[in-house]
Write a protein that binds this ligand. Structure first.
Ligand SMILES: [Zn+2]
Length: 74
């Protein structure tokens, strides 16, 4: 059995909960809590962004997640 853990907080994830309590995002597995925190912390910058584009948004979210994985927290 393959054990998946959150790339940010290292919490063990149950593979059967994919799409429900854990997600794959930008080549990382991420738990629901970290996903919520990531979106929450990005919110103010996303709102302030002009002009806004989905390309920018995807890159911004990927970069934010990469940083969070390196730091081990959002
Ligand atoms: Zn996590």
């Amino acid at each position: 059995m393959i054990t998946i853990s959150c790339d940010v907080c290292k919490k063990k994830l149950d593979e059967s909960n994919y799409g429900r309590t854990f997600f794959f995002y930008a080549n990382h597995s991420i738990c629901e809590t970290c996903k919520d925190n990531l979106e929450f912390s990005a919110k103010s910058q996303v709102r302030a962004r002009t002009p806004f584009s989905m390309d920018w948004y995807s890159k911004f979210m990927r970069d934010s997640l990469d940083k969070a994985v390196q730091k081990g927290r959002i």
